[in-house]
Write a protein that binds this ligand. Structure first.
Ligand code: FMN
Length: 364
């Protein structure tokens, strides 16, 4: 079970403790806007990536990778749910279609003090479709509403739904609005809308993230038609300028691939999006912090070095020596008898000015 900390970024690094509510209850959940979040991404948004990203922003809401109900009900719960207190605020994403099983998973997760639980209604993979969950649930809005309703019965944290603007055969704005209206009746606290149709046949999950066109206007229209509901937008966002521009129309923005492709592009998120004046960390400082983390992890657990280093490899994206640094680390770290020393030494490849500089921000 994780050390618990306050949802407030100000308290996050001081380990401020908040006890999880553990008795059976139905307290009204507090749906709060989340202006910027980092997407659930299988094979990416694991606890090491989240720890790393937290060094870039104390404030963004982070999501776990999707955890399926069958994995959680039959697998190693501690391994699937445990995290470090520094990762908060943190949302758990679940995948499943059975309202009772989803509720049981939420009940199990209560002891871990997540800040939100999210249902995946956006994934188009064959494996997920064969389990009848993910994006194909957009055709069953009442089932999604029932799931949300059951999940809310066992927890006081917000229950949110991440979905697409449509799937094959349900591609019009009215279908999307019907889905949101019905799921809202189940008590959904926030909708995170990936602004692309998911093609359930003929496209791979990867293609489904780039080939169907982005239709941001549909998401803006949803917010207009459901002004009392929290609506976040997702898909294709790569800069803080874009985040600000979407925030003129919706309540929040979720960033996926850019968070690992160019993580330092979000180093001013706390200042620009959350009006948090704490200073940004330079890339050099982030590497030092990750070296301390690597040291702790190697002492306390059997985690592979590769899993901890991987999230950092694009830290210098766009900067001189970024590729040689990346190649040096990925080729040598797993062979080294002193990976922490090697990581600290690796910065010699990078010009000192790049290590120390921080981002500046200008609106267009
Ligand atoms: C490697 C990878 C894994 C993903 N895994 C999940 C997942 O577990 N659950 C989910 O809802 N979406 C998943 N997604 C989709 C993202 O959450 C996001 O919706 C999508 O990448 C679009 O946002 P982007 O254009 O900012 O990347 C994944 C995306 C990628 C690239």
């Amino acid at each position: 079970m994780p050390e618990t900390s306050s949802d407030s970024g100000l308290f996050m690094f001081w380990g401020f403790k908040k006890m999880a509510a553990v008795d059976d209850m139905t307290t009204e959940s507090m749906a709060i806007p989340r202006p910027l979040s980092i997407a659930p991404m299988l094979d990416w948004s694991d606890r090491h990536f989240r720890y790393f990203f937290r060094l870039i922003s104390r404030r963004v809401l982070l999501y776990t990778e999707m955890v399926t109900t069958s994995a959680l009900l039959h697998g190693d719960r501690e391994k699937l749910l445990d995290y470090s207190c520094e990762e908060k605020p943190l949302a758990l994403q679940l995948g499943g279609d059975d309202p009772k099983k989803l509720a049981e998973c939420v009940r199990i997760a209560r002891d871990y003090d997540y800040d939100e639980v999210n249902l995946n209604v956006g994934c188009p993979s064959d494996r997920v479709q064969s389990g009848r969950f993910g994006a194909c649930l957009m055709a069953k809005p009442q089932r999604v509403a029932d799931a949300v309703h059951e999940m809310k019965k066992v927890s006081s944290i917000p229950v949110t739904v991440k979905h697409r603007i449509g799937i094959d055969g349900l591609e019009g704005y009215d279908d999307l609005a019907d889905f949101v209206r019905i799921v809202l009746e189940g008590g959904c606290d926030r909708f995170i809308v990936h602004a692309r149709i998911a093609r359930l046949s003929g496209l791979s999950p990867k293609e489904n993230r780039s080939i169907p066109p982005l239709r941001y206007a549909q998401v803006y229209r949803l917010k207009n038609d459901f002004p009392q509901s929290l609506i976040d937008i997702n898909g294709g966002v790569t800069t803080l300028q874009q985040v600000l521009s979407h925030l003129e129309h919706v309540d929040g923005v979720m960033v996926g691939r850019a968070a690992y492709g160019h993580p330092y592009a979000f180093s001013l998120a706390d200042q620009v999006i959350f009006a948090d004046c704490a200073p940004q960390k330079s890339r050099g400082r982030i590497i030092e912090a990750m070296a301390e983390y690597l040291d702790r992890q190697l002492t306390e657990s059997s985690t592979s070095v590769h899993k901890i280093i991987n999230p950092m490899l694009n830290l210098f994206k766009g900067k001189p020596a970024a590729r040689s640094w990346r190649r040096f680390l990925s080729e040598n770290i797993h062979k080294s008898s002193d990976p922490v020393g090697l990581l600290l030494d690796s910065v010699k490849i990078i010009p000192a000015q790049v290590l120390q500089e921080v981002s500046t921000f200008s609106t267009p």
